[in-house]
Structure formats: structure tokens, C-alpha cells
Design a protein around this ligand. Structure first.
Ligand code: CA2
Length: 147
């Protein structure tokens, strides 16, 4: 099984700015943990980060036919992007939406997600563990899926 791990805008700054909100781990360190878990589970992961909507959409489209599912933190685009939602809907790949912070206990504008209604599920508030829990959930979802 192969998964695409997608990071949205500004997540490349993790560990370098605002550690009080998003923690002190860098995106590379989070990716390393995801890679370790993937090896334990026996699956493969590919990583991609973009600060642009188009970059993320191109990656989602390219995942069709190449990946079995997507683990995505759309970052601020969660709350704004119909285009990313449409791309996820078009490729018909199961995906899990993850967030480092608990978006539901933050500002009102972060409470809604254009992607969540299409997702297998959403995990937020656990920092790096949101990604690890998300990968486990996506993996189990696909393993248990009746053929
Ligand atoms: O909690 C999350 O994972 C978010 O997706 C992070 C987004 C935010 O817009 C969402 O509402 C929740 C922001 C990512 C920005 O990342 C930064 C990292 C370091 C310094 C500044 C921003």
C-alpha cells in the first residue's frame, strides 16, 4: 500500500516559528516519524509540501493511479479551498484530514473544513501524533475495506 502525505501552506516553517502553537518539531522530523510508522505497518509513503493551492491540487491529481490513499494537512486551505476539495472528490481516493492543533478550540473561522465531509475522518489536536494516528486509521480503513 502506498500513501501520499500532503502538507499545506506554511507547514515548511514548523519548528522554526510559533512553537507555542505548532510545537518545536520540524516538518522533516514529523515526516521521519511517519516514515518509521509506515515501515512498521509495511506500507510506503511519499511526502509533498506546497504553499500554493495549485501545487497541492497537482499532487492530488498525480496520486490517482499511483497511491491508495492520502493523508493531508491542508493547513489554512482547509477553511477556504473549494478547489482542493474538488480535487480530492475527483480522484476518489480515501483520505484522512489531520491538524496539529485542535481547530475546534481555536478561532471560529478554523472550525469549518471544506474537506472533512469527504474524508474518511478528521484527526486534530495531537501535534505529530495527529499524523501518526491518521496514517494508522487510513491503513486500517483500507485493510478492512471489503473488496
Ligand atoms: O493545526 C493545524 O495543523 C493547521 O492546519 C495549521 C494551519 C492553520 O491555518 C489551520 O487552521 C490548522 C497553519 C499552518 C501554519 O504553520 C506554521 C508553522 C510554523 C509557523 C507559522 C505557521
Amino acid at each position: 500500500m502506498k500513501f501520499l502525505v500532503l502538507h499545506g501552506p506554511n507547514l515548511n516553517l514548523l519548528g522554526k516559528r510559533e512553537p507555542d502553537v505548532y510545537g518545536s518539531l520540524t516538518m522533516e522530523e514529523i515526516n521521519q516519524s511517519i516514515g518509521q510508522l509506515a515501515a512498521e505497518l509495511g506500507c510506503t509513503v511519499a511526502f509533498f509540501q506546497s504553499n500554493s493551492e495549485g501545487g497541492l491540487i497537482d499532487a492530488i491529481q498525480a496520486a490517482a493511479g499511483d497511491c491508495d490513499g492520502i493523508l493531508i494537512n491542508p493547513a489554512a486551505y482547509t477553511h477556504t479551498s473549494v478547489a482542493i476539495r474538488d480535487a480530492l472528490s475527483a480522484v476518489q481516493l480515501p483520505f484522512v484530514e489531520v491538524h496539529l492543533s485542535n481547530i475546534h478550540r481555536r478561532e471560529q473561522f478554523r472550525h469549518s473544513s471544506f474537506m472533512a465531509p469527504l474524508a474518511v475522518g478528521q484527526i486534530c489536536g495531537f501535534g505529530r501524533d495527529s499524523y501518526l494516528l491518521g496514517l494508522r486509521a487510513l491503513f486500517s480503513h483500507l485493510e478492512n475495506r471489503p473488496v
